[in-house]
Design a binder for this molecule. Sequence first.
Ligand code: PAF
Length: 301
Amino acid sequence: MIQPQHTGGRVNVLTTPEVITSIDELRSRLASARERAVPGDARIVLVPTMGALHAGHLTLVRRARSRGDIVVVSIFVNPLQFGAGEDLNTYPRTLDADVAALAEEGVDFVFAPTSQVMYPAGAASTRVTAGAVGALYEGAARPGHFDGMLTVVAKLFNIVGPDLAVFGQKDAQQVFLVERMLADLDFRLALEIVPIVREEGGLALSSRNRNLDPAQRLAARSLSAGLDAAASAAPQGVAAALAAAHARIDVQPLVKLDYLVVVDPRTFLPVGADHVGPARMLVAALVGNTRLIDNVALDIP
Ligand code: PAF
């Protein structure tokens, strides 16, 4: 039940999140929540997720809570961004636990549609295409992944109409492509990117980490250790940064490196050996059957 509460400067629309599965219902609840908000210009903040929430997601939600009046978290395991043979069917689905965690964070609405609601015709026949950068790195390993991701993100932006959306820096290529979609397609919302949250030992938090056994989890730390070593070696240049990361990662037999690359943050294309200025190192590896990604900002003087 909607119970408007006034807490300091912001309006807390609900005491616990209401789980909404229908697009029309969400739109009408958001419209009335906006109307009730004082002074009538409530800011809606969206955190798009696929559920199986961990502390990293909750950091995004806290950021959203601090930035807006009405916080919507979407939970939807988007079939369009999974390829054949990927983990769509086994992707963890933990809606009750997710909603309980979001209640603690003062989230107003959880939008948890079914695939039928999002794709009534079976799949979106109109898709957003991620272009050439969408075919690199994660896109090379997961063809079509970024088209599916951008398509659902565009749908979520149109459904929720947020003023701000919050994403995590862990999916650096996703962030780049969403930022570019906003610019290219003239979306009227802002993005806020939250730094990567890491467990003790450095492993970046991910819903897929729960698939790692203890030995794999330990070995997976080499990814963040490699990135740390690269950041320290960056003053010596791109080649030194790459060598430092390889030295940490390649020695781990349980870690099968897919790519380790330094990109220009403005284009997301690989930089040359003589690159100077800001850069980002991206890494992806298979640890057992679990695909892990991570990244770090580098400053190459
Ligand atoms: O990062 C994710 O969890 C997904 O790619 C997103 C943005 C929720 C779209 O399905």
